[in-house]
Design a protein around this ligand. Structure first.
Ligand code: NAD
Ligand code: IPM
Ligand code: MN
Length: 355
C-alpha cells in the first residue's frame, strides 16, 4: 500500500473547521480505493502559536516540512497579529522557500453551484499564478520615516528564470489540453516589470505555434472575467494580479467558499501545498458555518498531484452531487447546513458513487 505523508497546518479562524472536512473526504477516497492511504502529522502553527511563542512556526519548521509529500493548509492570519508578519512568516515563506512557483487556481462553475452572473456563461479556466516573486518579493525600503519627505518603495522582482518558467508552465498545460493561453499584465503603466513580462510571453509563445494566445491588460481582463468569462481558458499572470483576478474568479463561480488552489513545486524537490483561496474569515470563525467545499476541492487537487486523478475527479463529481441536491449547503450558498454536514454529504456522495 502506498502511503502519502501529509503535513497538516489547519491555521487560523475557519482554517481548522474546513480542513477537517477535506480530511474526511481524503480518507474516504483512500478507504474506497484500498491501494493508498494518508499519514497525517498536525502542526499547530498560526496566530495563536505566534501569540504564545513570538513566531509563526518552530525554528526547525521548514526542515521538518521537507520530510512530507505534501502540505494541507487551512488559512493563516487573524486580527491581533499584523497580517504582514503572519502571512510572510508562514504562508508566503513556505511558497517561496519550497519554490512552489506555480499557483494553480481552477475557476470553474461546477454543476449546481450558485450562479452569480446574470447570463449563462461557460466558466472553466485555469489560472496559473506566478507564486514566488513579482510584487510579493518582499523587498523595498522605507526612507525618512515619519518625516514630510517620507518615501516607501515596494520592489517588484521579475527574474528571467521566474517569468519564463511560469509562462512555459502555462503553455505546457495548454498544449496538453488543447486550450488557449491568455497572459494578463499591465505593460502600459508598469514600464519595467510588465513590459518585460510581455516580452517573455511573446518569446515563449514562439515555441508553441499550435497554442492560441491572447494578451490582456489586467484592468480590461477584470471586466471580461465578469462580462465574458468564457473567453479565458489557461490564464497566466503575475503574483499580485493572480491574487486579485482569482478572487474575481471566485465571485463568478460560486464565491470564496468554492475557490480552490494548489501551490506546486513542479520539480518535486520540496513538498507542494494545497489550500483554499479564502482566508481565515474572522467574521464567521467558530460558528461552524464555513463552507468546506473550497478546502475539499483543494484536497481533490492533492489527489491529482499524487497521480490519483480518478479520485480527484470523483471528489469533484461528489461535490457537484451535493450542490445539485441543494439540501446540504452552508449559508454563503443560501443553505442552513453546518460545515461538517456539508463535509459528510460529500463523503456520503463519494461513497454512493462507488458502492
Ligand atoms: P477571507 O477570505 O477570510 O474572507 C472574505 C469574506 O469571505 C468574508 O466575509 C468571509 O466570511 C467569506 N468567506 C471566506 N471563506 C469562506 C468560506 N469557506 N465559507 C463561507 N464564507 C467564506 O478574507 P479577509 O477577510 O480579507 O481576510 C481574513 C484574514 O485571512 C486576513 O488575515 C488575511 O490576510 C487572511 N487571508 C489568508 C489567506 C490564506 O491563508 N491563504 C487567504 C486570504 C486571506
Ligand atoms: C491568497 C492570499 C494571500 C496572497 C495572502 C494572505 C498573502 O490572499 O492566497 O490568495 O495574497 O497570496
Ligand atoms: Mn488572495
Amino acid at each position: 500500500m502506498e502511503t502519502f505523508k501529509i503535513a497538516v497546518i489547519p491555521g487560523d479562524g475557519i482554517g481548522p473547521e474546513v480542513i477537517d472536512e477535506g480530511i474526511k473526504v481524503l480518507n474516504k477516497a483512500a478507504e474506497l480505493d484500498g491501494s493508498f492511504s494518508f499519514d497525517y502529522t498536525y502542526f499547530p502553527w498560526g496566530c495563536e502559536f505566534y501569540n504564545e511563542h513570538g513566531k509563526m512556526m518552530d525554528d526547525d519548521g521548514m526542515e521538518t516540512l521537507k520530510q512530507f509529500d505534501a502540505i494541507y493548509l487551512g488559512a493563516v492570519g487573524y486580527p491581533g497579529v499584523p497580517d504582514h508578519i503572519s502571512l510572510r512568516e508562514l504562508l508566503i515563506r513556505i511558497r517561496k522557500e519550497f519554490d512552489q512557483y506555480v499557483n494553480l487556481r481552477p475557476i470553474k462553475l461546477l454543476k449546481g453551484a450558485p450562479q452569480t452572473l446574470k447570463k449563462d456563461h461557460t466558466i472553466d479556466m485555469l489560472v496559473v499564478r506566478e507564486n514566488s516573486e513579482g510584487e510579493y518579493s518582499g523587498s523595498g525600503e522605507r526612507l525618512f520615516q515619519g518625516k514630510p519627505e517620507e518615501v516607501v518603495l515596494q520592489t517588484g522582482v521579475f527574474s528571467r528564470k521566474g517569468t519564463e518558467r511560469i509562462i512555459r508552465y502555462a503553455f505546457e498545460e495548454a498544449k496538453k489540453t488543447g486550450k488557449s493561453v491568455t497572459s494578463i499584465s499591465k505593460g502600459n503603466a508598469l514600464n519595467y516589470s510588465m513590459v518585460f513580462w510581455d516580452e517573455v510571453f511573446e518569446e515563449v509563445s514562439r515555441d508553441y505555434p499550435e497554442v492560441d494566445t491572447y494578451s490582456y491588460l489586467v484592468d480590461a481582463a477584470s471586466m471580461f472575467f465578469v462580462l465574458d468569462p468564457g473567453r479565458f481558458e489557461v490564464v497566466v499572470t503575475s503574483n499580485l494580479f493572480g491574487d486579485i483576478v482569482t478572487d474575481i474568479g471566485a465571485g463568478i463561480a460560486g464565491g470564496l467558499g468554492l475557490a480552490a488552489g494548489a501551490n506546486i513545486n513542479p520539480t518535486r524537490e520540496y513538498p507542494s501545498m494545497f489550500e483554499p483561496v479564502h482566508g481565515s474569515a474572522p467574521d464567521i470563525a467558530g460558528k461552524k458555518i464555513a463552507n468546506p467545499l473550497a478546502a475539499i476541492w483543494s484536497a481533490s487537487q492533492m489527489l491529482d498531484f499524487f497521480g490519483q486523478e480518478q479520485w480527484g475527479a470523483r471528489v469533484l463529481t461528489a461535490m457537484e452531487d451535493v450542490l445539485q441536491d441543494g439540501s446540504t449547503l452552508t449559508p454563503d450558498m443560501n443553505g442552513n447546513a453546518s460545515t461538517d454536514q456539508v463535509g459528510q454529504a460529500v463523503t456520503d456522495a463519494l461513497d454512493k458513487k462507488i458502492k
